[in-house]
Write a protein that binds this ligand. Structure first.
Ligand code: SF4
Length: 198
């Protein structure tokens, strides 16, 4: 099967996983900016330093820029999520969904000939998959990841400028913070991506 046909097949699979939107783009269309890893640090995200999937334990933007160049296409997916959910504890369930969708698409892509498929998610895997454990097993050096089929590295940790990316994709993204009024801005989004390459 031709590369593009396989990519379209993976895209169709992403739709079956319930994603609200999904697109294929060229790797050079993914904006990467080093300043985003600073945002992980200040104000410090609860996920910072807590797992092997987030800064400072990931390779980061300079590495990611070069890594991207070795892929053929990038599948970006999103879930539209009510602001009320994003501002509640339920947001962890959405984070879990992003990780599971990125890994699910990655596994499907691997099975369809993209031997180097690599998924990236948003949010800390420690918070959603290993909350009941004291620490990340990889980080402590006591073993492998407890959730290798689900947990994926953070896009923010790679410096992906998601606001700029959504503009390029034609997706309208609202920035949701703790001060956002859910009655005025009713919907936000969470997203992930899978790099596709042989
Ligand atoms: S062991 Fe847990 S915290 Fe560590 S990388 Fe895996 S899922 Fe994340």
């Amino acid at each position: 099967m031709e590369n593009q046909d396989r990519a379209e097949k993976v895209l169709a699979h992403a739709a079956t996983l319930g994603t609200s939107g999904r697109k294929l783009i060229e790797p050079n269309q993914v904006p990467v900016d080093n300043k985003f890893i600073e945002f992980c640090k200040t104000p410090q995200c609860p996920g910072y330093g807590s797992s092997m999937s987030c800064p400072p334990n990931v390779k980061g933007p300079d590495w990611f820029r070069e890594y991207l160049k070795t892929f053929d296409q990038v599948l970006v997916f999103k879930f539209d999520v009510p602001t009320k959910v994003l501002l509640s504890e339920e947001r962890h369930e959405v984070t879990r969904l992003i990780h599971e969708t990125a890994s699910g698409i990655e596994l499907f892509a691997l099975a369809n000939g993209f031997a180097r498929a690599k998924g990236f998610a948003g949010g800390s895997c420690k918070q959603v998959f290993c909350q009941e454990y004291l620490g990340c097993r990889v980080l402590s050096g006591t073993g492998g990841c407890r959730n290798p089929d689900k947990a994926r590295q953070s896009m923010s940790g790679m410096g992906v400028d998601f606001l700029e990316l959504t503009k390029r994709l034609g997706w309208k993204m609202e920035i949701i913070t703790q001060t956002t009024n859910a009655d005025e801005v009713s919907m936000g989004m969470m997203a992930g991506m899978v790099l596709l390459g042989d």
